[in-house]
Design a protein around this ligand. Structure first.
Ligand SMILES: *Cc1c(COP(=O)(O)O)cnc(C)c1O
Length: 344
């Protein structure tokens, strides 16, 4: 078999959820949008529900349908994008809770599904989703009369604890929700680490569950082991790969491993990237191809069957650094071709 193996440790995910839960006095939800950050929403959702998560967030109603199928009745499933035209049947049949983002969405929701649970999202400065202060002031009384289950807002700079924006958004959210007796939520993973002022009634961690920054103490969740398809010796002056991007200065042993940019190992991950074998770092040479990567294995005497890209020795965020991106993008790009093994 030459497909790479993606090992997903469900116990690490539930341990991360429990660790983030212990950092607050309030309830902890689980964000499982984008197929649980690429790791498989059915398996991840079921594991988290078993571990005690009672509230889940997805991005769009279609993801909510898939999650409801996996979880059955019981846990609340909230939809960040709110109630869009054409969503009413999905929201009703899967009992989803849309986070209403605008007056238009509010009208659509109460007209198409009167009495159906919903939440509200307020914009406190990120200017991405949610009602702005002026809009909110105009509809606040009408919206509250419909008894929302939850009011949320989202922080733009929570991964930078000293950023002034955090305090500004906190103040804005407190002002916009003053005097309301409705559960409130402001913190994702980064917000949990900002401290108790940000915790309120419910936190919404995503990336921290999957072992990513800014949760530095996270338990690693995934390992990606890539089979070696072929090994060859390259003489000084010979080149390797597309565009002759690597030219050997000295005799070099090259292993060709079976994964590439079609598997989410983005092409930008060129110079400086490494794979590992028993903790030893082995440089990627030449360009990342669609299905293959070439690795300098001159420093190991016996080339193993697999080299590791992500695991105990190199985190998702380390690999993201090779490509000039963030762990979130590496996780959500993990390809469909991997042999996925779930540790339970
Ligand atoms: C994605 C998202 C989260 C989770 O964020 P992480 O940084 O992954 O913890 C929480 N709330 C909203 C509104 C989101 O879009």
């Amino acid at each position: 078999m030459s497909t790479a193996t993606l090992t997903i440790d469900l116990n690490a995910i539930t341990a991360n959820w429990a660790a983030l839960d212990r950092m607050t006095e309030c309830e902890t939800a689980a964000v499982v949008k984008a197929d649980a950050y690429g790791l498989g929403v059915a398996k991840v959702g079921q594991a988290l529900a078993k571990a005690g998560a009672r509230l889940f967030f997805v991005a769009v109603a279609e993801e909510g349908i898939a999650l409801r199928r996996a979880l059955g009745a019981g846990p609340a499933i909230c939809v960040f994008s709110g109630h869009m035209a054409g969503d009413a049947d999905m929201i009703r049949s899967a009992n989803l809770t849309p986070m209403i983002n605008s007056v238009d969405q509010l009208l659509m929701h109460v007209e198409s599904l009167p009495g159906h649970p919903f939440g509200l999202q307020l914009d406190t400065g990120m200017n991405r989703l949610g009602m702005e202060p002026a809009e909110w002031a105009a509809v606040r009384d009408i919206a509250i009369a419909q008894r929302p289950e939850l009011i949320i807002s989202h922080l733009a700079c929570a991964d930078e604890p000293d950023h002034l924006m955090n305090q500004l958004q906190l103040n804005s959210f407190n002002e916009m929700t003053e005097g309301l007796d409705i559960p409130r939520s402001l913190a994702a993973t980064g917000g949990i680490l900002l401290g108790p002022d940000y915790h309120m009634d419910l936190t919404r961690p995503g990336v921290g569950l999957y072992g990513g920054l800014p949760f530095v103490d996270a338990t690693p969740v995934i390992a990606l082991d890539v089979p070696v398809v072929q090994v060859r010796d390259v003489a000084p002056g010979e080149s390797v790969g597309y565009g002759n991007a690597f030219v050997a200065k000295s005799a070099t042993r090259v292993a060709t491993v079976s994964a590439g940019y079609a598997d989410g190992l983005i092409r930008a991950m060129g110079g400086g990237a490494t794979l590992t074998h028993e903790g030893r770092k082995l440089p990627v040479i030449g360009r990342v191809s669609m299905d293959l990567i070439t690795v300098d294995v001159s420093t190991i005497s016996q080339v193993p069957e697999h080299l590791q890209l992500i695991g105990q020795h190199q985190s998702v965020d380390t690999v993201a650094g090779f490509a000039g991106t963030i762990g979130y993008e590496i996780l959500t790009s993990l390809g469909a071709r991997y042999d996925r093994v779930y540790l339970t």
